[in-house]
Design a protein around this ligand. Sequence first.
Ligand SMILES: NC(=O)c1ccc[n+]([C@@H]2O[C@H](COP(=O)([O-])OP(=O)(O)OC[C@H]3O[C@@H](n4cnc5c(N)ncnc54)[C@H](OP(=O)(O)O)[C@@H]3O)[C@@H](O)[C@H]2O)c1
Length: 247
Amino acid sequence: MFRLDGKTALVTGASQGIGRAIARRLATQGAKVVLAARGVGKLEALAEEIRDGGGQALPLGLDVSQTAGVAARLRELPADFAEVDILVNNAGITRDSLLARMSLEQWEEVLTTNLTGSFAVTREFMRSMIRRRWGRVIFISSVVGLMGNIGQVNYGASKAGMIGFSKSLAREMGSRGVTSNVVAPGFIETAMTEEMTEQARKDLSKTIVMRRFGTAEEVAATTLFLASEEAGYITGEVINVSGGMYI
Ligand SMILES: NC(=O)c1ccc[n+]([C@@H]2O[C@H](COP(=O)([O-])OP(=O)(O)OC[C@H]3O[C@@H](n4cnc5c(N)ncnc54)[C@H](OP(=O)(O)O)[C@@H]3O)[C@@H](O)[C@H]2O)c1
């Protein structure tokens, strides 16, 4: 089940954390994977690891926040990786601050990377998915886009924006065989959450039904399901992978 042989996937933010776990998982299931992020060194190491395991991967230096240049960069993909069937919009950043102290720059940086970056990358692959009458677009949003969080009006707005984007795209593309869905993780063990103090972790864990943070592999498993043939009748959905933090 959930085999992806013959499919090509592109994962943004594949150099670490959730994106890396997703890329590994899709590759293990047989997809060729384009690994996109700014830090090419980490991508090359991951590509080598995937190739050593018998998979196919291509590192691609891509800054999704440089939205004007995204299309040109993606058009440079070699022919054997250019026809992307599965797109995972995972690249994301935080620039937390209470609203009263938040600069316009903090707002724009987060909206540009998380939301406009997803727009620039997704738009580029729509025509070829329509032509092939098959596609999977998956957005890695956050439960913060659904429930809000103190200090994250920029991040929450970007993540809620991804949900509206995905639902609209689902309506546009359903008749062409392309699905669009959102994975909304809760607190996951990655670089994004590792700076928290032990006390903050303990306090937060009390708000999670499963009483623990999730793993990147748990987010990857849901993403794989949505990417698969088996999920072909699921579109416009939001699946929370939050251990019951948001129900
Ligand atoms: N960790 C959590 O608890 C959690 C919870 C809910 C949602 N999420 C979401 O899950 C996604 C991944 O988070 P994570 O925890 O794995 O974060 P992470 O460890 O900080 O990784 C973020 C990834 O995004 C890439 N990235 C950042 N800016 C980019 C840009 N301008 N262009 C291209 N790539 C860029 C980074 O690579 P480079 O720096 O090399 O570019 C990195 O690979 C994010 O969208 C995040 O909002 C995370």
